[in-house]
Design a protein around this ligand. Sequence first.
Ligand code: SF4
Length: 94
Amino acid sequence: MRVRVDEDLCIGCGVCEGIASDVFSLENGSVAEVLIDPLTEEFEDIARQAAEDCPVSAITIEEEENRANNSETTVETLELAEEEAEESTPKPCL
Ligand code: SF4
């Protein structure tokens, strides 16, 4: 999961930092900075909470669909490799 803060929307209120100080910080400026990217699983719930509570909806949560897609791609690749291996196996002469 990835988290983004829209710097044009963020008003630097600190709500996100108050909810998830491990994930968001306002130390280096007037807009929130994301400290962990991509997010580890342990911070996903508080990051979602911060996104819900952000008064200007500046926080975007991106669920990582790529993980599932990559798995599918890997399975497809393996299936193709197996088919090719079968086709290239010499047939016994009768
Ligand atoms: S809660 Fe929203 S507006 Fe407030 S600092 Fe965080 S990202 Fe910015």
